[in-house]
Design a protein around this ligand. Sequence first.
Ligand code: AMP
Length: 197
Amino acid sequence: MLGVRLLLIGAPGAGKGTQATRIADHFHVAHISSGDLLRAHVINNTAIGRTAQDYMERGDLVPDEVVLDMLRKPVTEAVAAGGYVLDGFPRTVEQAEAAYAVAKDLGVAVQVAVHLAVDPASLLERLVARGQESGRSDDTPEIIKHRIDVYEQRTKPLLDYYAERERLITVNGERPIDEVTWSVIVQLQKAQRLLAD
Ligand code: AMP
């Protein structure tokens, strides 16, 4: 399977980062996490990082132009090297439309969106536990609740957006990590036609 171009959609705490890493390894393509890249910009105190920091600390979305600008180079490089698994982007229908406008003429638009479905009730628990381990400043109960609201309002409409375009697969993200990874790979294999373009 050559040149897979995927993205993962899931609520905060659904396991996007973990699964994106594993799926990217499986297909030998780059894992591109908008959240990880933004956190690196904040640590390195770049112009992007200085703009993004306040939004991230509040659990709000960083403005589209900042994220699109930041991703242009890594995505272009990943495409040249064979493909990508995007994690955390797009976060809104507007971002998906903007990315598609750029990517379609180059033939590098997303082939499949993978939805990691997790019961909302288990998210808060997962994230509070992660916050204690990772020390991520946006993993406190208040901010987590806000990030889950932002997901419900801004990101969830993406599920319809990709379903309408017949590019959505959904996996149950509640199971053990290995099972979730395999279920994504098996479903992608069944959806070969999506990976043909
Ligand atoms: P994540 O690691 O994906 O949970 O992202 C952490 C934070 O980075 C989010 O709460 C947002 O503030 C910001 N962020 C990550 N990806 C995006 C994106 N595609 N658009 C806007 N903000 C983003």
